[in-house]
Design a protein around this ligand. Structure first.
Ligand SMILES: [Zn+2]
Ligand SMILES: [Zn+2]
Length: 213
């Protein structure tokens, strides 16, 4: 294993032990660290400032992190740049057009691609592959958006394809049963469902959306 793969191996293992999609868990942790690093240490970093300004700031989702950020000065410096661009455009009765993509979204794409590649790879070191398969198949598996993303980029190994498809089919069956038992007259059947199955709609919504914050 190369140095970076080593890092990925352990990062993924940790994310697999948490509840929910391992990629979503990784992203939540790394994006926060990315934004924290950018704001706290690199607010004077010219390429970052330029990218931030060209994007009109972070997107709605990532911009939320700024509301409770620990360093008000960094948020003010970055925000003032953007506000002045709006003011200039407003004078011309225009809405400014920001052509660049949110820098945190770009970073997220990189993380997704990196781990999709790592998970799809056939690791030559037998023990590494066995351990990876073991910890991944003990996790909650990828959410629908992350598995779809992985498929759009790489060819998944059989073990991963089977694991994910089994998870989705089982959820699908539980959702169908929930719908069926929710019908009028099926009260008794509904009562017989486990607590988890009675709220399977929440699990379905989570798996369809993912849990990226
Ligand atoms: Zn996910
Ligand atoms: Zn974003």
């Amino acid at each position: 294993m190369s140095e970076t793969k080593h890092v990925n191996f352990f990062a993924l293992e940790k994310a697999c032990k948490e509840k929910g999609c391992p990629f979503c868990n990784l992203i939540n942790e790394r994006i926060y660290r990315y934004i924290d690093g950018m704001l706290f240490e690199h607010v004077s970093d010219i390429p970052f400032r330029r990218a931030y300004r060209a994007a009109g700031g972070f997107c709605d989702r990532h911009g939320k992190i700024l509301l409770h950020y620990r360093d008000g000065l960094a948020v003010a410096i970055l925000g003032q740049n953007i506000l002045s661009d709006y003011i200039e455009a407003f004078k011309k009765k225009k809405a400014p057009k920001f052509k660049a993509c949110c820098p945190a979204c770009i970073e997220q794409e990189k993380i997704e691609k990196d781990f999709s590649s790592f998970l799809s790879e056939n690791h030559k070191h037998k023990e590494t592959q066995e351990q990876l398969t073991a910890y991944f198949t003990a996790s909650d598996g990828l959410c629908v958006p992350h598995y779809a993303k992985l498929l759009s980029l790489f060819n998944p190994p059989t073990w991963l394809k089977e694991f994910q498809e089994t998870l989705f089919s089982s959820l699908n069956e539980r959702a169908l049963r929930f719908i069926d038992y929710s019908a009028w007259g099926n009260q008794d059947k509904f009562e017989s469902l486990s607590r988890e199955d009675q709220i399977v709609w929440q699990e379905l919504a989570r798996v369809l959306r993912g849990s990226v914050e």
